[in-house]
Design a protein around this ligand. Structure first.
Ligand code: C2O
Ligand code: CU
Length: 464
């Protein structure tokens, strides 16, 4: 655990006066860590929030004093620090979803860090190596804590990014509220054994269909994260030309229009949207999945047209993810299945009390490694291919902590060679995901439909 002292901060502040190059050189030679910036305070709180018309919802959780958890801005290659202060009456931690960081900073209770109990704090510090859109959330009792609000978006900026006329960030999530606006049971066991239990109220940035103004004919960078615990989305943009620039924090190899693009909980998308020319014209982001398509948010054109062209958006810089060596890669088979075997659930971090799902036939107990051995032990620096097969009738957004993989092939469809941390595997699909095990530690591999994660679909790999 990193311990912040005032003296430590002053010391690093003094070094920050040295030129960046000098500091980096000193860090290498002297073995000193890079300067640690003042930590961002992330204090959990129980608040009231207005999520639907009928009035305030009680028992909403956030970081800060009011409203949605802040959008955290970091810079690629620059140190970031945050202090989690726990002011709710439930232990918690923070996981930085998609960010490749040291294992100790990954926020998984017991696997890599202790619980942060009520009144305690924990200091996180890391340097994000990749630019893109990421997010943060607890990894303790997550169905309740995330379900009640603890999900925030992270933007890692790259100074070399192309310039836009406007940028918006959308935190997409649902809430399970009754007609009176108060929370109802977070899940139903019969739904947990299927798609997961859907929320009843859908929001973008904790608002119903927010509208944002953007210059007519201008280029908008729209970043979004699905931070919901259950819902898979199929995205479309109407009323404006839109192209997908990045998915899950990494640029796409070739840009394309989001024509009912399926993304699951945990996934992110960055769009370049060319606003319509006429003042007042509306572009809308919609989820067209299922029987109740929904407008999530809209953009309204303002002023005289800037007459920009979406093809003018320069490509995003590729992130420094090691290239998998397919010639030497070792394969790991992984099957996802349903299970009827009910394991007495003694998980210490928010078990649902049921086992519905299994990875390689094992219904995993949850966020505790004990007494379960890792799914696989990987050699540091070596290439691996996970051959994952979905034997269930549901889709699963499978998320790997700590390392990014490349989507190599699928048995059911052509795939783009995306670099990602979360793959939405379809029923009966078999997919190959390649990666270099270049980050030592214990890394979770789990479904991001939280009810699946908490009822058997969580495992971990060990890199040594
Ligand atoms: Cu977004 Cu293990 O989590
Ligand atoms: Cu799942």
């Amino acid at each position: 655990m990193t311990v912040f002292t005032r003296r430590g901060l002053l010391k690093t502040a003094a070094f920050a006066g040295v030129s960046g190059l000098g500091l980096a050189a000193m860090g290498r030679i002297g073995g000193w860590a890079a300067a640690t910036p003042d930590p961002v305070m992330l204090r959990t709180a129980k608040i009231q929030a207005k999520l639907i018309d009928v009035g305030q919802t009680n028992n909403v959780l956030t970081y800060g004093n009011a409203g949605m958890p802040p959008v955290l801005r970091m810079k690629k290659g620059e140190p970031f620090a945050a202090r989690l202060v726990n002011a709710i009456d439930d232990p918690t931690t923070i996981h930085w979803h998609g960010i490749r960081l040291p294992n100790k900073m990954d926020g998984v209770p017991f696997l890599v860090q202790p619980y942060v109990y009520t009144g305690d704090h924990f200091d996180y510090a890391f340097t994000p190596p990749d630019a893109g859109t990421f997010w943060y959330h607890p990894h303790c009792n997550t169905l309740e804590q995330m379900g009640h609000g603890l999900t925030g978006v992270i933007v890692v900026e790259n100074p070399n990014d192309p310039k836009f006329d406007a940028e918006f960030v959308l935190n997409l999530r649902d809430w399970r509220l009754g007609d009176d606006g108060q929370f109802i049971d977070q899940f139903r066991p019969r739904d947990a054994a299927r798609t997961g239990t859907y929320g009843t109220v859908r929001t973008a940035n904790w608002l119903d269909q927010p509208q944002y103004d953007a210059p007519a004919g201008g280029l908008v960078r729209l970043r979004l994260a699905i931070t919901d615990v259950t819902r898979i989305h199929a995205f479309r943009v109407d009323g404006a030309e839109a192209i997908v620039m990045a998915l899950d924090g990494n640029p796409v190899p070739e840009r394309f229009a989001p024509d009912a693009l399926l993304l699951g909980p945990g996934q992110r998308m960055e769009l370049a949207i060319r606003m319509p020319d006429d003042e007042g014209a509306i572009a809308s982001l919609r989820d067209v999945r299922g029987t109740k398509p929904k407008v999530l948010a809209t953009l309204r054109a303002t002023g005289n047209s800037l007459k920009r062209d979406v093809r003018d958006v320069a490509p995003l810089e590729v992130n420094p993810v090691a290239e998998v060596d397919l010639g030497s890669a070792q394969h790991i088979s992984l099957s996802l299945s349903a299970t009827a075997q009910n394991v007495p659930s003694d998980s210490i971090c928010g078990s649902l009390g049921y086992s519905f799902w299994a990875i390689n036939k094992v219904p995993w107990p949850g966020d505790t490694p004990d007494p379960t051995a890792p799914l696989a032990e990987l050699k540091l620096g070596r290439s691996y291919v996970i051959d994952m097969e979905n034997l269930t009738p549901q889709s699963h957004p499978m998320h790997l902590h700590g390392m990014s993989f490349k989507v190599l092939s699928s048995s059911t469809r052509p795939v783009r060679p995306l670099i990602s941390d979360t793959y939405l595997i379809q029923p009966n699909e078999k997919v190959s995901l390649g990666f270099v095990a270049d980050n030592p530690g214990d890394w979770l591999l789990h479904c991001h439909i939280i009810e699946h994660q908490k009822s058997g679909m969580t495992s971990y790999v060990r890199v040594v």
